[in-house]
Unconditional design. Sequence first.
Length: 251
Amino acid sequence: QALALGHQGGVASLWLYDEPLWQRAALVQVAHHGWESVNRVSLSDDARLLLACSEDNVILWHLPKDDSEPQELHHLHGGDGQVSAAAIVAVPQTGGNRYLVALAMRSGGLQGWSTSCYPSSPVQVDVAWKIQRPNTVLVVDLALAAVADTSGASPAALLAAGDAKGSTSAWALGADGALLKTKAVWERKPQRSFPVAGLELLFDRPSALGLLQKGKEEAASWLVAVAVDKEIVVLDGATGKELHKGSFRNA
């Protein structure tokens, strides 16, 4: 188990659970000024990549498995680099992992970074794509997921974005992190204007979630769960079609 935290004073930390205690495994300096706070962090599932954001800096770090110092991979500086949402996913490949990083910028755009991490070669970061979205509603949440076996899979990864008025969009990505199309695969607009409160992505058979009759044969597919106001909606990740709608009440 791993946990990333942002702190006042411009630092971020990584904590690993070593029963019965949480142990701090890394501490990175994100901001140049002590008055800045790290207000957003995103951690890969294997705790090897950490994205940490302050009001003026966005830094992607590689966290080695050994006791080596964290390595700064990519750095955005200035107001245009302010991030409203971020997500990281590891794509398994022969000999190592490729990591895909997605960011929603407060200026309206989206961008994706592709990072290779192999034992025999240094870590490299490429800006794989950028989508300009001027005068659009602020994206408040991102979800990014990849299939376990990317050989022959299309798309190998899916990116979902939810905005402050409840709309949800999805983009398909290849195993190299590139967008298959710049235009969203689909966009779903809500009946009422409430911010997206949460997003989750899953690649599985719908019947595994009880969305179809048990025993019915069907292939695994992308599923997107969206929480808006007091509703949770499950969508077909390929089409945006509604598969299930439920409601909940705040405790």
